[in-house]
Design a protein around this ligand. Structure first.
Ligand code: GDP
Length: 524
């Protein structure tokens, strides 16, 4: 019996982890997969990363710099739930990749270092989640080390993020004496993640709680727990789902504390796959017909096949192996003959996927970021964002004979989201744009390894780029004609205005009030 769609959707939780580098995202990911049965031994996420790296030359950059460039998706089950964890690159030069991934999740886990609190990148990523109304679950990690006072941590989250907090668990001790978590509303204790169940207790004064700590810390714990139960906000599902409140969990991913609390919390509270806005209507996750969109393209996952995997988030219906889908951008049919699910260790052919699931679709360049796939309906999902590049360069090629090859290669890289490509209206050579400088390194390396095109980059005359539009097409046309030398087209042929500097942009914006200059464009 196939699983009814309502049940399949209700079980799913699709989320990402946001964190400042070093807060413990990788370690937590490993533990989630470990407890979810997706891997046998912790350490395999890193091992897997290393393996991919050695298999793929261009990722040398990543290895040399010790950063994670790749976004991946990992599926695991825990209890009745199916979890899809979408990993995001840690380095901020790849922020646009992270933002696109956040367009495909229903909730996020914010990992905070218990000693450092809210760090700059956490704040930035949190703001992106808030803009998208993504509910946040907080995991305060590294409680096994010297940590701030628990109330202080909660206070910092409230102050810095303007977000209400509701501690679901409370740490029993901290640093060397950290010895478990207390579930505030259940009055139950888990000493470590080795225990699959929590033990019920009579309350903070129970010997089973205080007895876990050295004598001199017991009174303080009882006092704290009592205060927490009285003074802290209780968890409120509606406020959480609306993004006003975060449930907070404490633990140590490294030492196996609090991770099960977190997974169970995600299962209990995090939202199932949401309804998705399309251009003409809202698509409900439990509708029978399949709809989905591409939020990420990854090349070179397998060097034996020069394949590109498009990561597709299913929004409704059932995506079945072998089905014919319609690629709405081109109107052409596409056979989904080998959709794949990803686990920490392996990928397997996906026979069916439901809303919230992310499948990889191997293709040779048919799919682009932002594409919508349906069973025939003419709808387009919006909301996979494109950010105005902050660095613009011209690509200089040693061998002029290879100009055509370069053009094709750049086009492909742009479709994958590695760079953005702009073709100036005046016919001058294309300009590439990136959000972070490391993306240029990736481009250079890949052009060299995959296309044997050694290139350099030259400063372009421009440093600012904005998408332009106007309610009145004639006005837009007038602007374009008056600025021919500063207009280029992106991959979709949408016009952008290129300025030498911010001042030039502001000057034009003052003079041309009817023209809109956008720093973000949603892929369509
Ligand atoms: P990421 O950069 O956020 O992915 O962080 P990692 O998971 O790579 O962790 C950064 C460092 O913190 C590593 O040395 C981890 O071993 C360490 N770490 C992660 N979680 C914990 C924890 O709960 N306690 C302690 N003491 N160290 C941790």
């Amino acid at each position: 019996m196939p699983e009814p769609i309502q049940e399949a959707v209700a079980r799913r939780r699709t989320f990402a982890i946001i964190a400042h580098p070093d807060a413990g995202k990788t370690t937590l990911t490993e533990k989630l997969l470990l407890f979810g049965g997706a891997i046998q031994l912790a350490g395999e996420v890193k091992a897997k990363k290393d393996k991919i790296q050695t298999r793929s030359d261009w990722m040398k950059i990543e290895r040399e710099r010790g950063i994670s460039v790749v976004t991946s998706v990992m599926t695991f089950e825990y209890g009745d739930n199916v979890f899809n964890l979408l990993d995001t690159p840690g380095h901020e030069d790849f922020a646009d990749d992270t933002y696109r991934t956040l367009s495909a999740v229903d909730s996020a886990v914010m990992v905070i270092d218990a000693a450092k609190g809210i760090e700059p990148r956490t704040l930035k990523l949190f703001e992106v989640c808030r803009l998208r109304d993504i509910p946040i679950v907080t995991f305060v990690n590294k409680m096994d080390r010297e940590a701030r006072n628990t109330f202080e941590i909660l206070d910092e989250i409230e102050q810095k993020l303007a977000l209400d907090t509701a501690p679901v668990t409370w740490p029993i001790g901290q640093g060397k004496t950290f010895s478990g978590t207390y579930h505030l509303s259940e009055n139950a204790v888990r000493r470590s993640d080795a225990e699959t169940e929590r033990a019920k207790v009579n309350g903070p004064e129970s010997d089973k709680v205080a007895g876990l700590l050295p004598e001199n810390e017991r009174d303080q714990l009882i006092e704290e727990l009592e205060l927490a139960r009285e003074a802290c906000r209780p968890f409120d599902l509606k406020a959480f789902r609306e993004g006003h409140l975060t449930p907070v969990y404490f633990g140590s991913a490294l030492r196996n504390f609090g991770v099960r609390d977190l997974i169970e919390g995600l299962g209990d509270y995090a939202p199932p796959p949401r309804d998705q806005e399309a251009d003409t209507r809202t698509v409900h996750a439990t509708e029978p017909k399949m709809t989905s969109f591409v939020f990420k393209i990854q090349a070179n996952m397998d060097p034996n096949h020069r394949d590109r995997i498009a990561f597709v988030r299913v929004c409704s219906g059932t995506l079945e192996r072998g089905m014919k889908a319609k690629l709405v951008r081109t109107g052409k049919p596409m056979s989904l003959s080998a959709p794949q699910f990803f686990f920490a260790r392996s990928r397997i052919t996906a026979d069916e996927a439901f809303a919230g699931d992310v499948v990889g679709i191997p293709n040779h360049g048919t799919l682009r970021i932002g594409d919508t796939l349906t069973e025939g309906e003419e709808i387009l999902f919006r909301g996979v964002p494109n950010f105005a590049p902050e660095i613009l360069r011209r690509v200089r090629l040693g061998d002029a004979m290879k100009a055509k090859k370069l053009k094709e290669a750049l086009h492909q890289m742009a479709e994958e989201g590695v760079v953005q490509l702009f073709s100036p209206e005046d016919g001058s050579p294309a300009i590439v744009g990136v959000v972070g400088a490391l993306q240029l390194d990736v481009l250079k390396e890949r052009l060299s390894v995959e296309y044997t095109l050694p290139v350099d980059f030259e400063m372009a005359r421009f440093s600012v780029c904005r998408w332009i539009s106007a309610n009145d097409p004639a006005e837009l046309q007038r602007f374009i004609e008056a600025h021919r030398g500063d207009i280029a087209r992106d991959l979709d042929e949408d016009p952008v205005f290129l300025a030498q500097h911010e001042f030039g942009l502001n000057y034009e914006a003052e003079r041309w009030k009817q023209i809109k200059f956008d720093a973000i464009k949603d892929y369509q």
